[in-house]
Design a protein. Structure first.
Length: 57
């Protein structure tokens, strides 16, 4: 269940389960969405902190 070894890039992208279903597109889309949300929030708050620091000075 936790074997994360892939023989090729195609296997890593498809992530085929033992019953033959490919669920890689769903996993990678969730990873992409979470990464984008986190990076957008960091950029947003970096901008907000910069605005507040200008007001303080």
């Amino acid at each position: 269940m936790f074997n994360i070894e892939f023989n090729s890039l195609a296997e890593a992208l498809l992530m085929q389960s033992q019953n033959g279903q490919n669920h890689g597109i769903y996993v990678w889309s969730v990873v992409l969405i979470v990464t984008l949300c986190i990076s957008i929030s960091f950029i947003f708050y970096k901008y907000k902190i910069k605005e507040i620091s200008k007001k303080i000075k």
